[in-house]
Design a protein around this ligand. Structure first.
Ligand code: F6R
Ligand code: MG
Ligand code: MG
Length: 368
């Protein structure tokens, strides 16, 4: 059976600043999908969750990717949510809905979207990742390690189904006139892949495919709000879907690289460097509007019907990781604005400092 899994995520308002959406807002989004998507059978099943200030709508259906009906349903659910956010006086109501009217699909309109159309396995399982206070390049390192490095993914050497490696489709997100992409296979093009993926702000993994079966393994949202709006509108807070087990890495192999808590762009005002902390689903944001966080919910699925999520970072091992990552967050925060703790000009999400530099520039004098 061909099933499409879509996850569409947006920040349409949160409590007490950019901390977390209200319960009423989440319920409104959930009821909308149920009333207008499930009841008329456009959607087979769905789940709502939050990560920091963002709400993710996970849907299964048979309409394929970039489907207008499905995308409009999610958009309208976020519009309904925005009404509640306004009523409750939530902060940043409707923040990620950058356009006034829906047209075609939500790509380029603000919400983050990751989708894959799959031939459902009898024991289909996948992970939904949702990150807040960071950008899509945050997934570059963990997914490179999970799909191309036997130091993290033992299956690449132990499993006969994974020996041919994986194909990476990588997007140049600085190119805004259209999709500029390159396809490279690991292990053959490993160094080329690494050369691109080191630059998290420019090159981003969009899809990963099995070289053995050709099946899609992963899909990542590649939208950069900064590039769409041309100004600060919040960080992109990317989502991803990753299939696991069998001819794909095991769930634990995909999760393993998240124990690094690698430094990513985002954090306070989308303008700092901070470690990516793996958190439980529905966790809020806190310290210095961060740290950047990622949740992972694993699902099983049969005929498009989803189980309840297994919260993959809700396990004692990850408490220890969170302690380590907190230490990393403190280490870099202690140097405040200095050097790599704050992002370079091109990545700053607030114009204040750029205007300041223009004024100061005029005051410089050349000493004779
Ligand atoms: C970053 C983020 C927050 C805000 C900060 C200031 O993605 O959402 O760090 O940038 O709280 O928010 P404003 O400018 O809305 O007062
Ligand atoms: Mg926000
Ligand atoms: Mg957010």
């Amino acid at each position: 059976m061909k099933i499409t899994v879509s996850v569409i995520k947006a920040d349409v308002g949160s409590i007490g600043g950019h901390i977390k959406p209200s319960q009423k807002l989440k319920e409104t989004v959930s009821n909308y999908i149920n009333e207008h998507g499930v009841k008329n059978k456009d959607v087979i099943d769905y789940r709502i969750s939050s990560t920091g200030d963002d709400i993710a709508i996970l849907m299964t259906h048979e309409k394929g990717t970039l489907n207008e009906k499905i995308h409009k349903l999610a958009w309208d659910a976020f519009v309904a949510g925005t009404e509640v956010a306004k009523e409750q006086g939530l902060y940043g109501a409707g923040q990620d809905l950058l356009k006034d009217a829906f047209s075609g699909n939500v790509k380029g309109m603000g919400p983050a979207v990751a989708e894959m159309e799959i031939e459902e396995r009898p024991n289909e399982c996948f992970i939904q990742f949702a990150a807040d206070k960071t950008d899509p390049g945050a997934y570059n390192l963990p997914f490179y390690l999970a799909f191309a490095d036997p130091m993290y993914c033992a299956g690449l050497i132990l499993s006969p189904k994974m020996g041919k490696g994986f194909k990476f489709v990588i997007m140049d997100v600085a190119h805004t006139e259209g999709d500029r992409v390159i396809e490279l296979s690991a292990p053959q093009n490993l160094y080329d892949i690494a050369s691109l993926l080191r630059d998290n702000q420019r090159f981003v993994i969009e899809h990963i495919y099995s070289n053995d079966t050709g099946e899609i393994a992963a899909s990542i949202s590649t939208t950069r709000l900064h590039n769409i709006a041309g100004k600060y509108t919040g960080k992109d807070d990317p989502v991803a879907l990753v299939r696991v087990q069998g001819s794909f890495p095991a769930t634990g192999e995909v999760l393993a690289p998240f124990s690094i808590g690698h430094y990513v762009a985002g954090f306070m005002r989308g303008s700092h460097t901070g470690p990516l902390m793996p958190v439980k689903a529905n966790s809020p944001i806190s310290y210095f509007d961060g740290p950047p966080v990622v949740s992972a919910q694993a699902f099983s699925m049969r005929n498009g019907k989803l189980t309840e999520p297994a919260d993959a970072f809700d396990q004692p091992f990850w408490d220890w990781v969170r302690d380590q990552v907190s230490q990393k967050a403190q280490d870099i925060r202690r140097q405040g604005f200095s050097g790599c703790a704050m992002l370079p000009y091109s990545e700053l999400e607030y114009g204040g400092i750029v205007e300041k530099m223009k004024k100061l520039d005029g005051k410089f004098k050349l000493r004779k």
